[in-house]
Design a protein around this ligand. Sequence first.
Ligand code: NAD
Length: 301
Amino acid sequence: MEIGFIGLGNMGFPMARRLIEAGHQLVVFDQRKEAVERLVALGAQAASSPKDVADRTETVLASLPSLQASLEVATGTDGVIEGRRVRRFVDLSTVGSHMAVRIHDLLAKHNLVQLDSPVSGGVGGAEKGTLAVMVSGPRADFETVKPALDVIGKVFFIGEKPGSAQTMKLANNLLSATAVVATSEAVVMGVKSGLDPAVMIDVINAGSGMNTASRDKFPRAILPRSFDYGFATGLMVKDVRLCLEEAKSLGLSMEVAEAVGRLWEVVIREMGAESDFTSAIKPIEKAAGVVVGGKAAHAAK
Ligand code: NAD
């Protein structure tokens, strides 16, 4: 299938590479020329703008870092909306249901279909094709793109209502965000009292406290203190804020989510938006006066 792909970052690049490896013909665009060149070397064709992608393909996928980027790429000047050939825009980014509906409505005026298709499972999942892919939009268009989405992960049809896959994704990411800071607090507490953090993580993973942070993030990026999991703090905070807005617009008060949101605001203030989201443990360590993992952990004991 001919596929357009816009946004070749941490997630977009490995997803696009998998699509090429599966035999699809890709037309790609990113603001960063080097990302485009790396995919052209793998067999993709380069485009000069989102419109150019949409002039050349019926199905355009996007994996972009902000709500504004998705809005501009989809509906701005030189955007997908101006393309001659395009029929559907598949947004793999996390933008929240309100922005998804806004993009849906603007595209609908030009008879273009929008499929929300946020993904979960991180860079590792994008590389291995094991993401959870949540899709909402017209069923017929979903069926058309499903063979391509099957290449990047396990595909779930959430419903036809625009934005509903985004709500699903925000519920998922609230739990992911909670796991990182809650596990950080628990491990910091243990280290403060003299426990070995590596033993703690082994126990938690064999016990009922096991979660995605203890299973994946601590062993991979926190205990070795590499802080290179591949998801920026700014993106995690975007998702937590979107989730809190979503809850508010539904008239809900979510006590745990609000506490988690406050902690992530501290993380972005102290560590910066570009830091890896596994750095969330650092302000918690600082407040406790301990360091978890690595050589420093032993020094701190
Ligand atoms: P990223 O910042 O690594 O990549 C974004 C890419 O989009 C970059 O290559 C950038 O140059 C490009 N870009 C930005 N604005 C553009 C524009 N106007 N036109 C063309 N290209 C543009 O971000 P990422 O980590 O790959 O995340 C992408 C999306 O996937 C986000 O919505 C994020 O929330 C979501 N997501 C990320 C992860 C993860 O683990 N990284 C997991 C699940 C979902």
